[in-house]
Design a protein around this ligand. Structure first.
Ligand SMILES: [Zn+2]
Ligand SMILES: [Zn+2]
Length: 187
């Protein structure tokens, strides 16, 4: 499975996809919406302000080309590390050091084998509905709910046990220093 930015200069391989993923998830939180608005990519949001991601383990993404075009944004000094391919301003993934979670935007699954995306089925959980806009026709947890936790916990526990946060392409070998200096957006 390969992912790519809008212009195709940045590509990466997801080595075990779709084996290790909790599936399709959608986050309607304020931060995700603020971020996409600030980088002028609100078009990636669904019509109710949701960001759809399909997470994988950090250790399972291998950059094939375009590493030099990566930019890193954070909303605050403590925020997630949000990665963009600057060649065409495509949001790629959100992550944080030491956590076995790379939330890849569904929009970069372009070159993908449609069968393996289909195998994921519908969006499994939607969270932070308190920030959703309009009148969504589907159920969104107000913040987090049991269903969302049950969807992601096995993935996170397995990732912790198997140290799947290690070897991330987005951090130096210490696992904590981002490969480019993040720009803080809310300053
Ligand atoms: Zn690009
Ligand atoms: Zn969010």
């Amino acid at each position: 499975m390969q992912i790519s930015c809008d212009c195709g200069s940045f590509t990466a391989d997801l080595r075990t996809f779709p084996k290790n993923t909790p599936g399709r998830l959608a986050c309607y939180c304020n931060d995700c919406q603020t971020y996409l608005n600030k980088i002028d990519r609100a078009d990636v949001l669904d019509e109710y302000g949701g960001t759809e991601i399909i997470p994988v383990y950090p250790s399972e993404l291998k950059i094939l080309q375009g590493r030099e075009s990566l930019k890193c944004y954070r909303l605050t000094e403590k925020g997630l590390y949000r990665w963009v391919a600057a060649c065409c301003n495509t949001p790629i993934a959100n992550t944080k050091p030491g956590f076995p979670w790379l939330g890849i935007f569904h929009t970069v699954y372009k070159n993908s084998d449609p069968l393996s995306l289909d195998s994921l089925g519908e969006i499994k959980s939607r969270i932070f509905g308190k920030y959703a806009t309009g009148q969504p026709p589907f159920k969104i947890a107000d913040k987090m709910d049991l269903k969302a936790l049950l969807t992601v916990m096995p993935f996170i526990v397995k990732g912790k046990l198997l140290k799947k946060s290690e070897g991330s392409e987005f951090f130096e070998s210490d696992g904590r220093t981002p490969i480019v200096i993040p720009e803080i957006l809310n300053s």
